[in-house]
Design a protein around this ligand. Sequence first.
Ligand SMILES: CC(C)(COP(=O)(O)OP(=O)(O)OC[C@H]1O[C@@H](n2cnc3c(N)ncnc32)[C@H](O)[C@@H]1OP(=O)(O)O)[C@@H](O)C(=O)NCCC(=O)NCCS
Length: 161
Amino acid sequence: MSAAPAVAHRSFRRLHKGDLPRVMEIERSAYRQCWTEGIFHDCLRVGYECWAILEATEIVGYGIVSIGAAEAHLLNLCVTPARQGCGLGRELLHYLIGWASDHGALAMYLEVRLSNIRAQSLYRVFGFREIGRRNGYYPADAFLVREDALLFRLDLVGEGI
Ligand SMILES: CC(C)(COP(=O)(O)OP(=O)(O)OC[C@H]1O[C@@H](n2cnc3c(N)ncnc32)[C@H](O)[C@@H]1OP(=O)(O)O)[C@@H](O)C(=O)NCCC(=O)NCCS
C-alpha cells in the first residue's frame, strides 16, 4: 500500500519588507505586467493590509487590501504559478474577505482584466458581482494595446462565507 502524499501545512501572516524578494519573484512570474518592488514598499509604508499565504515556511501567494470608510479594495491577489489551481487563491481570498469583514468593511471592490477569466471565476465563486467597466484601465502592453478592467463588488454584510 502506498502512503498518501503529504499535504503542506498552510498558514497566513503579514508581509514584511524582508519578504519582498520572494514576493517579486512570484509577481514577475505570475503577471505579464507586474507591480514594481516600489509599489509593494509603498503598500507596506502606508499600512495597507499585506498578507502572505505560506505552505510550510514558503510564501506561495499574497494579497493586498486597503480598507477605509467601510470599504475594502483588493489591490492584488497572486499565487505562485507552480501552485496555482490547488485551492490557494480560494483560501487566501476567503481569509482576506473574513479579515476585511471583521474589521468593519461592508463591501469589497476590485478590478480585474477583461481577459483574466481564471480570476473572474474565482471572484464569482465568492459572490462578487460585476458592477462596471473601466475602458483602457490597464497600461499598454508590448503591442501598445490597453485593456479594459471589470469592476467587481462583494457585499460583506451578512456574508455567510
Ligand atoms: C487568480 C489566482 C489568484 C487564482 O488562484 P488559484 O490558487 O490558482 O485558484 P484556486 O485553485 O484556489 O481556484 C479557485 C477558483 O478559481 C477558478 N479557477 C482556478 N483555476 C482555473 C482555471 N484554470 N480556469 C478557470 N477558472 C479557474 C475556479 O473558479 C476555482 O474554483 P473551483 O476550484 O471551485 O473550480 C491565480 O491563478 C493567480 O495568482 N493568477 C495570476 C495573478 C492574477 O491574475 N491575480 C488576479 C488579479 S485580479
